[in-house]
Design a binder for this molecule. Sequence first.
Ligand SMILES: [Zn+2]
Length: 590
Amino acid sequence: MALPEYFKQELKSRCQIQDIVSSYVNLKRSGKNLMGLCPFHNEKTPSFCVYPENGSFYCFGCHTGGDVITFIQHIERLDYLEAVKFLAQRAGLTVPEDGVDDSVSRLRTRILEINRESARFFYHCLSKPEGKAGLSYLLGRGLDPGTIKRFGLGYAPDSGFALVNWLRGKGYQPQEMVQADVARISKNGNAYDRYRGRVMFPIFDLRGNVVAFGGRILTDEKPKYINTMDTLVYHKSSGLFAMNLAKDTGSKQLILAEGYMDVIALHRAGFTNTIASLGTSLTAEQANIMRRYAEEAVICYDSDAAGQRATQRAIPILKNAGLSVKVVTVPGNKDPDEFFRHWGAEGPVRFQKLLEQSGNDVEYQLDKLKSQFSLETDDGKVKYLQEGSQVISKVLNPLERDVYAGRLAQECGVSKESILSFAAQAAAKERRHRRREEIRSQQQILGMKSQVNPEKQNHPRTAFAEENVIAYLFDHPDRSEALQVLLPVGNMVTTWNKKLYQALLEKTKNGAVSISDFSGALNENEMSELTRIVVQHRDAPPDWEDVKKSIDVINSDPNRLQNASEEETKAYFERLRKQKIGGTDDGTTG
Ligand SMILES: [Zn+2]
């Protein structure tokens, strides 16, 4: 990973962290720094901080941190070198190629090529005899050639080897096809096509690469759909169908549909801001990606029972990501695709009307409850009130809460105040529950991060003192030599801090350092830990006096003496003796 220094400097100066991060996160200025909602965990109040001054970021909620390269590694799910390439491309720089191990990144490129070739192959099959079934299915669903081309739809013939042979002819190895998940290996060792006799829907990433496929079978065989498993270039928990098209519409609203055909139908009707989650229920990751491009999500799932359950599940996930949520219910138990086929030319206008009339998520949930209970009976009324108050308890805006409580009160003939007080109790209970969950998940994350310095657990006081010295040295490179004398590297107790201190002493010899100077040499968790040490000391920066106290703590840690040499031990006791007698405070250990 030896990238030349001049290149790293150039890259850093062209990729300012605040510019890069703000294309993913809405940042607001807060003093010298910028704050926003963390893209790596779910939160409602911002704990994600960007420090332009030293080119770093740190989240106080999930403790993820690092420099601009670490940020890209996390958010684009790339390894170090790929993140460097990603940023270089953006900045118009070429990465020097020599001496760099890029086997993973080469495989990733091969997989993307295989995917692109496969998509081409599937598309061409539509115009060949073996693809007739696929073409007639798509035309039968009312699609025109232009739409088929725009979405890159295709057909995988059912011979079992058509794609494998085609790719082999282009020079790809069966192992690479397996890595791309377009082929599997049979018991007797032969590669065969993963997709057979299926209409193919390619899935693009935000940069326009084909990263995966969904395939629909045309017979009654199960499963109806199969999708690419996770590969080096695809994670289904973050994939969104047609997001590559929807993001370019510039709309602050995204329509979330259920299936590929629904998305295509909505795009054809002019609603090109429609996307779908893929073969899974919506994930927090997908919602976070949506939030990067939009402020409002409109859920437009099937109106059958399964679709409505999926709607109920999706609402809190979207809201947690910071999106406002609306729900469109297509009348007559139809899915959007059926709706547009039914209404033909009138479809777009009718759907636009549905969009305009769509309620926000609270209205949707109250309507849903009202249809479940009979308000004619006392029993039905009580249940409606109880569950309705629960829904209202989740509304954060007090004015809104008041409006819905008023509506509920009127419908059931009770006082608004009783509903509001019930809702307040439910909200308090929910907050306690959420706080417990939050603490639990933070402890899990912290546990993972503290693997960077496992010895800290047994030496908390010393490790804290070590971090103090490291944070100080970071900001005062001119004190490097003085520190080396007062606290030689060998005196550090915890192994990780020792390594960090040594590297820092080396680097500060040449002047100022930044967190980026360590990227590439440290892994992602280590980068987070380094950033934590630096930024957590920013609010109350240690001064020289604090540092001297910290050095004393470290130098007098008995654990250090267990692995110290005889000479060091002698010096230690000598120092203790001196301190007792005269209190000389030179702090050296010989
Ligand atoms: Zn976070």
